[in-house]
Design a protein around this ligand. Structure first.
Ligand code: PXG
Ligand code: PLP
Length: 442
């Protein structure tokens, strides 16, 4: 046993854990010490089936050899090169490889280190783009209720999760929100995208009328909202948003941090829905979650609008010390190689019908009030315990972990998003764990 396993609860206090009930966790820690393909191993030696691809990021599965080798090689060859006014070959190679798989017209990539940074980068690009085009009054940003766009100030301002916003003051000014599209009374137990609710896109017209299009820079939405419990776009909704944005000269940003890199069975949600945004934010699956990395894709027109003025001048005053870090780039190239060799960016398409049937077989199990699915994403919504919201789903999470499956819960919703290498047998296993858990909790 390595020294790392010999932790006692007293050793746990220094680390202030993110998005965690710290005191509860430290009384009964849940620790992973290794992982391979579809499984984690816990500190007490149990195998746990990964039903969530880590946090929606380990799309190719764990400890994949191409990725590990690429990182090891790069760490020994060029560990770091300054990101500003200097380059190194593989960051250019990676940008080209990403553009090759991106929706048509998204010809340029800006690197960040996370989804949150990708979002704040995209929002800044949108505002600056209008300014360089001589429309400096276009500064407003429109998000959506129940949207999650990371935790930086831009992202929480356009985001729509109350608990992520209320503690942090006045946030960005000039932000408005469209309504979310979760309509369980009409759409419960829909298979795939729901029938009702496309007209909610017209709320954008109302907001445009209120503020005037000439003040609005961009609209940002998750094509499928992940972290707030899997909220799908009603049929035709994204197309409508696209039309309204185009009509008013407003940039449309798709936040594809979760939906990017094969999650829906197509490389990006933009491909899946046949709707191309102007800017697309990604992270997570770009490097299989192994080394932090994010990538913002932009249309040629947006990039080119900045490429004016004296050539010795910096065109966009923005960037991170670790933008395009060589080891992150190596991890991403290893990831793209793995996706390509195994057809993972489209594997979800073949598996989706099986996944859908398996998930919907949970209809009628205790507490289940809705089931939603798309690609290799699933959500099982539970009735909350009266007076104790989130408690039932959290018990399900702990029980599932004890039984040998990692699931994710948000509110009283169980969200599932396994690595794209999952087999049909493992889908059955995962769903059976969830079924047993539902039958065993109060
Ligand atoms: N945008 C979207 C759409 C996301 O889902 C972010 C931005 C932020 O990415 P970073 O890399 O800064 O975390 C996300 C992240 C969950 C969960 O369980 C979801 C996310 C992160 C952690 C947990 O739903 N999404
Ligand atoms: N804070 C200080 C004091 C810095 O010097 C820097 C970068 O040089 C930053 C923050 C930003 O760090 P990063 O580029 O890693 O986002």
């Amino acid at each position: 046993m390595s020294n790392r396993l010999k932790v006692t609860p007293n050793d746990l206090s220094a680390f202030w854990m993110p998005f965690t009930a710290n005191r509860q966790f430290k009384q009964a820690p849940r620790m992973f010490v290794s992982a391979k393909d579809m499984h984690y191993t816990t500190s007490d030696g149990r195998k746990v089936l990964d039903g969530t691809a880590g946090l929606w990021c380990v799309n190719a599965g764990h400890c994949r050899p191409k990725i590990t080798e690429a990182i090891q090689h790069q760490a020994a060859e060029l560990d770091y090169a300054p990101a500003f006014q200097m380059g190194h070959p593989i960051v250019f190679e990676l940008a080209n490889r990403l553009v090759d798989i991106a929706p048509k017209g998204m010809d340029h990539v800006f690197f960040t280190n996370s989804g949150s940074e990708s979002v704040d980068t995209a929002l800044k690009m949108a505002i600056a783009y209008h300014r360089v085009k001589g429309e400096g009054a276009r500064t407003r940003l429109i998000g959506r209720e129940r949207g999650y766009h990371g935790v930086n100030f831009g992202g929480i301002s356009v985001g729509g999760i109350v608990s992520n916003r209320k503690m942090f003051g006045t946030l960005l000014g000039g932000v408005d929100h469209m309504p979310h599209t979760h309509l369980p009374e009409k759409n419960a137990f829909s298979k795939g995208v729901p029938e009702y609710g496309a007209e909610l896109a017209n709320e954008l017209e109302r907001i445009v009328t209120l503020h005037d299009a000439s003040t609005i820079a961009a609209v940002i939405v998750e094509p499928v909202a992940g972290s707030t419990g899997v909220i799908l776009p009603p049929k035709g909704y994204l197309q409508k948003l696209r039309e309204i944005c185009t009509k008013h000269g407003i940039l449309l940003i798709f936040d594809e941090v979760i939906t990017g890199f094969g999650r829906l069975g197509a490389p990006f949600a933009a491909d899946y829905f046949g709707v191309t945004p102007d800017i697309m934010t990604t992270a997570k699956g770009v490097s299989n979650g192994v080394i932090p990395m994010g990538a913002v894709f932009v249309k040629k027109e947006i990039h080119d609008a900045f490429m004016t003025g004296p050539e010795h001048m910096i065109e966009f005053f923005h960037g991170y010390t670790y933008s395009g870090n060589p080891i992150a780039c190596a991890a991403a190239l290893g990831t793209l190689d793995t996706y390509k060799e195994e057809g993972l960016l489209t594997r979800g398409e073949e598996l989706a019908p099986y996944w859908e049937d398996a998930l919907h077989s949970l209809k009628g199990e205790p507490h289940v009030i809705d089931i939603r699915n798309i690609g290799l994403i699933g959500a099982i919504e539970l009735a909350p315990i009266p007076g104790s919201p989130t408690k039932r789903a959290f018990s399900a999470f702990v029980k599932a972990f004890e039984r040998g499956a990692l699931i994710r819960t948000t509110g009283d919703i169980i969200a599932l998003s396994p690595p794209l290498i999952i087999t049909k047998g493992q889908i059955n296993e995962l769903i059976d764990h969830v079924r047993d858990v539902l039958r065993s909790i109060d």
